[in-house]
Write a protein that binds this ligand. Structure first.
Ligand code: NA7
Length: 895
């Protein structure tokens, strides 16, 4: 039963004296608002929709500039909640025009009879949480004040156009137009001199259309954007066939995908493809005319690795040079200041060819900034352009603008949302804000929103929110509010996700950089639609984790905590492993486990190229194999003797191949991975003695191996870290070899199993307590376990080489690694620690799978370089996007 005392209705909204009582108020009558109203009504809530516009449509109501279209294929950019609806509407084009999308939304409003619940032409002027009534009070520009229990902002992400920011706009004698507020009447640009400022998606769509009409078009471009052809036309047959083959599966795949479009993840790596193969994949993507496709299907490293990304960007720039005839214009149109995808790329139709027209001029504002708008046109540093019309395609105060700027929102204890967000938006799940009970944001900052197919994200948000309202009603609860801890945890998880992307290298509206003075930070959730959905579901299944819910008579429920503490890619990998339901390694027997690991490793990404990889053997009683990784630079190089992981039972000199390659590239040093002997065939102390013997031999043969004679370094992961640590102790005690530094990664250092990390991470993080017991049992009898050659923590720690000890938060071995580092420090050994938060035992060696491990490896590499007396490696990531290429260079590159 609706709790409202007065049913919402548009007709009574003109009575200013009455307070309209509803269960829920929803601002916005676009994709999100319409669906929410429909769901609320079906669930029996009374609701009112409010929109400043005079009809439904949201962003599609306002953005009616020439050429406006969606750039997610319309088969994807549709509601999916009602299978009958999918029969009732068929899009006419691959990318629908703004008028068609507006018709669709009108059709939806009619079909579900939504108009009657929406107050159009009505702005909310303030929203205040009434603590006593436990309700929101909304004042409006038109009609009755509203009292509602729940307040939902379905205001869209790109609804608040940016002000012009250029002096003199008021002086202009001609017509000023904004793409984001295009007039509803026909705009006749025939015979006019038109200037367009801005070359984002709106400008890129509008410019070719305006050029067809105008006498002359001058485009004022501050930053060139990546754009590729939309290849619009009738709906693509393959995509539609895929949809028609199994509609439900198609939609379900979209819901669990990264971008909300049913495209599988790609597992090709740029360095494993030839130039010709890369070009072939690129041409296919270029021909596809699909943003999600080209953003994800070229190679797996295109979105998170600057080198992989630059390969795409170069091919895109090549296309610009092919299409645009004037080399200087082509150079000016070639994006240079951001990685491809880090700023919203655009789909275009005739955009680049427009610059081959005689009536179009491109003004590069990087060379000649705008000085002012005058009564007759635009003046730059160098020239004056007389204009009849100026079109601002300058974008939006994105994501927060539509929430924060539209009206004051005052939450608990009189807190203003603007104040709370002054240093950037803070949310839990992008859906709620601590201190603002019963306020919900749809596609707000902190949700996948603009990095996804909005239609899919909107349905997920709306369903999640309305389902919670239903549950609360069923349980007699009346308020819901995020806790501070949950919100802080979400901010950290957001930052962890962003670190996986290249967004940090671009100034964009995603980060607030397009609005002067706005706080900076990646606002959308970059972890993907599917992972986000699973997190939202997990919040519920874990008893509304991170929310405080209250009801009448002091009823309260709060299960406080952070929903994701693992690094996002660690979470994905562990979930995947859990789904595989593998038998425990320790149940396979030693040989079975070795076969399993070999098989498992076949599926991992190939390691990156290094200068040379060669295999050899170390002579001696037992010939030990090794694999040497040499950098591509001129030698000789310092040598790192490396010991692989595998609990003294599993693995060989090749089993940490991607790690050795990666570290060889990062350090510029030779890595020699040693194939020491394993238990049960060779029990303690064979592995330790082999490690020591191999290090001595490598040190003695450094020149022969292409290394610098003198001290070597040692490194190892897990049991290999144990061998590296032990080798340092043996080398000190046995008069050499000289070791200049030790890198111990999640090392085994002690035979005690009672440190907290063993209990906290005993199961569920791949390396389990039971697996560690198994390794110990196979390698070492209980009587030997306190021997420093297997428990180096129990040995003498003075006089050892400087150490870098990396541990992982979710690793049973964490605390013994920390204890070793602390022990070394206490013994006067220079030691640095890396405590990888959110990481598990395998994080650092799962190269190109656990992408977040890369930043940690970069630190390890720096430590090794320091130990070897090398200067810090130059990190030029940002510098690569700071310099604008000159036309001459571009032409030279084009050959
Ligand atoms: P965008 O993508 O923010 O593009 C705005 C454009 O306007 C961009 O080229 C800006 O250059 C330019 N701009 C902004 N302010 C100025 C000033 N003051 N002077 C000169 N040029 C300026 O907005 P859109 O409307 O095109 O697209 C928004 C989203 O809608 C789009 O990403 C899709 O998701 C749909 P800058 O790059 O800041 O140097």
């Amino acid at each position: 039963m609706p709790e409202a005392m007065v049913a919402a209705s548009a007709s009574d909204s003109t009575d200013r004296s009455a307070v309209q009582q509803v269960d829920v108020a929803v601002v916005g009558a676009g994709f999100a608002g319409l669906y929410i109203l429909h769901r609320l009504r079906k669930a029996g809530f009374s609701a009112v929709g409010l929109d400043e516009a005079n009809d439904v449509g949201g962003t599609w109501y306002w953005n009616r500039y020439p050429g406006a279209r969606c750039d997610i294929q319309t088969v994807d950019y549709s509601y999916t909640f009602d299978p009958d609806l999918e029969n009732a509407w068929t899009w006419s084009e691959k990318y629908a025009t703004q008028p068609e999308i507006l018709r669709y939304l009108g059709f939806i409003a009619d079909r579900y009879d939504l108009h009657r619940d929406i107050r159009f032409g009505t702005k909310v002027t303030s929203a205040t949480w009434d603590e006593a009534a436990q309700r929101w009070l909304l004042t409006t520009s038109n009609g009755a004040t509203i009292s509602c229990r729940d307040y939902i902002m379905a205001t869209g992400c790109l609804s608040a156009p940016k002000p012009p920011e250029i002096d003199g706009v008021k002086d202009f004698g001609g017509e000023i137009l904004f793409t984001g507020r295009w007039p509803h009447h026909d705009v006749d640009l025939r015979g006019k001199r038109v200037g367009v400022i801005g070359t984002g998606s709106s400008g890129i769509q509008a410019i070719p259309k305006i050029a067809e009409q105008a006498a002359h078009l001058t485009v004022f471009q501050r930053t060139p954007n990546f754009a590729m052809p939309a290849h619009n036309g009738p709906r693509t047959t393959d995509r539609v066939a895929q949809f028609e083959a199994d509609r439900a599966a198609f939609r379900e795949q979209a819901r669990w995908s990264l971008a909300g479009v049913p495209i599988a993840q790609n597992t090709f790596y740029s360095w494993a493809l030839s130039d010709a193969e890369r070009r072939e994949r690129f041409e296919k993507a270029w021909g596809e005319g699909d943003l999600v496709f080209i953003l994800s299907q070229l190679w797996a490293d295109q979105g998170n690795d600057v080198d992989g990304n630059t390969l795409v960007a170069d091919l895109l720039r090549e296309k610009v040079r092919e299409i645009v005839k004037d080399p200087e214009t082509a150079a000016a149109l070639s994006p240079f200041d951001h990685p491809f995808g880090a700023k919203r790329p655009c789909l275009e139709t005739n955009y680049y060819t427009t610059y081959n027209r005689d009536n179009v001029t491109l003004v590069n504002l990087r060379d000649e900034p705008i000085k002012a708008i005058t009564s007759t046109g635009i003046t730059t540093d160098r020239r004056t352009f007389d204009l009849d019309v100026i079109v601002f395609a300058t974008g939006f105060d994105a994501m927060t603008g539509a929430i924060r700027a539209v009206h004051p929102i005052t939450g608990r204890d009189g807190k203003s949302l603007s104040d709370v967000w002054k240093n950037g938006p803070q949310t839990y799940l992008g859906l709620t804000v601590a201190g603002f009970p019963n306020l919900f944001l749809i596609t707000g900052p902190g949700s996948p929103s603009v990095l996804s197919n909005m239609a899919v994200s909107i349905e997920q948000h709306a369903d999640w929110v309305v389902d919670r309202l239903i549950e609360m009603r069923d349980k007699g609860l009346t308020t819901i509010e995020a806790t501070d801890a949950a919100q802080q945890g979400w901010a950290r998880h957001m930052a962890d996700c962003s670190a996986l992307t290249l967004h940090r290298l671009a100034n964009t509206w995603y980060t607030g950089a397009n609005v002067p003075g706005k706080a900076r930070g990646v606002m959308p959730y970059t972890g993907g639609v599917g992972p986000y959905r699973s997190i939202c579901n997990e919040v519920v299944s874990r008893g509304m984790l991170g929310f405080r819910l209250t009801g009448p008579d002091g009823a309260e429920q709060c299960n406080d905590g952070e929903i994701v503490r693992l690094q996002p890619d660690v979470r994905l990998v562990l979930n995947m492993l859990a789904e595989m339901n593998l038998p425990p390694i320790e149940s396979m027997g030693a040989q079975g486990a070795r076969d399993f690991v070999t098989e498992f490793n076949k599926g991992r990404p190939p390691g990156r190229p290094v200068g040379e990889v060669l295999d050899g053997t170390i002579p001696g009683n037992e010939r030990l194999r090794y694999r040497l990784y040499r950098p591509g630079t001129t030698g000789p190089h310092p040598i790192v003797v490396y010991f692989h992981g595998g609990g003294w039972v599993l693995g060989d000199e090749q089993s940490d191949d991607p790690f050795c390659r990666d570290m060889c590239r990062r350090t510029g040093m030779i890595f020699v991975s040693v194939g020491y002997r394993h238990a049960p065939e060779h029990r303690f102390p064979t592995a330790a003695e082999d490690g020591f013997a191999a290090t001595r031999w490598i040190s003695e043969h450094a020149s022969h191996l292409g290394g610098i004679p003198g001290p070597v370094l040692v490194a190892g992961w897990s049991a290999g870290g144990n061998i590296a640590a032990v080798t340092c102790q043996l080398a000190r005690d046995r008069g050499g070899p000289q070791i200049s530094g030790q890198l111990l990664i999640c090392p085994v250092t002690d035979c005690s199993f009672d440190r907290p990390s063993y209990a906290e991470n005993a199961i569920g993080y791949f390396l389990t307590r039971s697996l560690m017991y198994w390794f110990w049992d196979i390698y070492c009898s209980p009587d030997d376990r306190t021997d420093p050659r297997v428990s180096p923590l129990r040995g003498e720690l003075r006089g050892l080489p400087p150490a870098y000890v990396a541990t992982a938060e979710f690793d049973p071995l964490r605390d013994e690694g920390i204890a070793y580092a602390e022990g070394l420090a206490a013994a006067g050994v220079p030691v640095e620690q890396l405590k990888g938060s959110g990481h598990f035992h395998s994080s650092y060696v799962m190269v190109d799978v656990i992408i977040t491990g890369a930043a940690c490896r970069a630190k390890m590499a720096e430590a090794l370089r320091r130990f070897a007396g090398l200067p810090a490696a130059a990190s030029d990531e940002r510098a690569r996007f700071e310099r604008k290429p000159q036309p001459a260079e571009i032409n030279a590159a084009a050959g």
